[in-house]
Design a protein around this ligand. Structure first.
Ligand code: HMG
Ligand code: MG
Length: 304
């Protein structure tokens, strides 16, 4: 028996996951306008930016300016990524009310991404969680490479489940399961999700698919069937991950909305307005200058 949810929360991660890996850097004012347009589409959660090292992610070096500049609608969450206590302090100073911490299910990927082991990352998150509790901030936890790692190959669902349990134990209200390099297929992602849902309630889980091999919608459908009701996506399918060579953008929000509408699943998002926001940022990216540090050449994107 399938357990398709009646409604789904879409988390649009385009301004962060999308723009962090586009080789063209768009001005802060354009990012602000993009987020405002996403808000106007009816999205209830929009991941705005990252308070990470600008040396590693120059595309998001304007995190403070962007976060402060966006219109914040009541009832809409605007989470930001924080890798460590320093990032959390910056997020707090900018006025963030929702943050996301991130680790991975493979050691090599974590080392490349945040320069520490998985166990060290959990230690790093403790002061972040303490600050969050003190300031009444909600924390989402991400796990990358939940299906496979670009350096180590296949990842066991049990490893993902163990880390998800640790993040839930730290106090994360939601845990997003990231197929960073987009190599998941429907039965594999169901096995991974089922293993995690055995230790963390399904209501706390989100799925985060990159669309390298065009499997993301099929994977989302497979996870909806198991009852997941939070889906990450990017308007226009922007982005990728700078530490996963060849990984393409997130599944496009437009495509997810179209599928969910066809299935009679509520999202509260206006597809026409979302399309306008996607067109706006796509055109801005074409006009924007290229980053000297853009890491993934377009022609390598299908060869992880
Ligand atoms: P590190 O070099 O190990 O850090 O980087 P450190 O503590 O040794 O500090 C070194 C320098 O960085 C110092 O500056 C710090 O001040 C500075 P210096 O003294 O050399 O001038 N620094 C910072 N600056 C600003 N904000 C901060 C911060 N922390 C330290 N928060 C660090 C460790 C994690 C900071 C670095 O590796 C980093 O920023 N990495 C970026 C990782 C990232 O953003 N990756 C992409 C997001 S994850 C993702 O996309 C996956 C996801 O979408 C899910 C999926 O698809 O799987 C979420
Ligand atoms: Mg991602």
């Amino acid at each position: 028996m399938s357990k398709f949810p009646e409604s789904v929360k879409i988390v649009d991660v385009g301004p962060r996951d999308g723009l962090q890996n586009e080789k063209n850097i768009v001005p802060a004012a354009t990012k602000i306008e993009f987020v405002n347009r996403l808000t106007a589409s009816g999205l209830k959660t929009i991941e705005v930016t990252s308070f990470v090292s600008p040396k590693w992610i120059p595309q998001l070096a304007d995190a403070e300016e962007v976060f402060r500049g966006i219109e914040k609608m009541p009832g809409v969450s605007y989470p930001v990524l924080v890798p460590n206590e320093q990032g959390m302090q910056r997020a707090l100073a900018a006025g963030a009310k929702d943050v996301s911490i991130f680790t991975a299910a493979s050691e090599s990927f974590n080392q490349k991404n945040i320069h520490c082991s998985i166990a060290e990352s959990i230690e790093r998150f403790k002061p972040v969680m303490a600050l969050a509790a003190k300031h009444g901030i909600r924390v989402r936890g991400y796990i990358s490479t939940v299906i496979a790692c670009p350096y180590e190959g296949e990842v066991s669902p049990d490893v993902v489940a163990k880390i998800a349990k640790q993040l839930a134990g730290l106090g994360c209200h939601e845990i997003s399961l990231g197929d960073t390099i987009g190599v998941g297929t429907p039965l594999k992602v169901q096995r991974m999700l089922a293993a995690v849902a055995a230790v963390v309630p399904m209501q706390k889980l989100a799925v985060h698919f990159h669309d390298t091999y065009g499997q993301a919608l099929a994977n989302i459908h497979a996870c909806l069937e198991l009852g997941v009701a939070v889906v990450d996506s990017s308007a226009s399918g922007l982005g990728g991950c700078p530490y996963a060579q060849g990984a393409t953008g997130n599944v496009a929000t437009e495509d997810v909305l179209f599928m969910l509408a066809g299935m009679g699943i509520e999202t509260g998002v206006d597809l026409a307005k979302l399309l306008e926001a996607g067109n706006f940022i796509s055109q801005a990216l074409q006009r924007a200058p290229q980053s000297k540090l853009g890491r993934i050449p377009a022609d390598s994107r299908r060869n992880p």
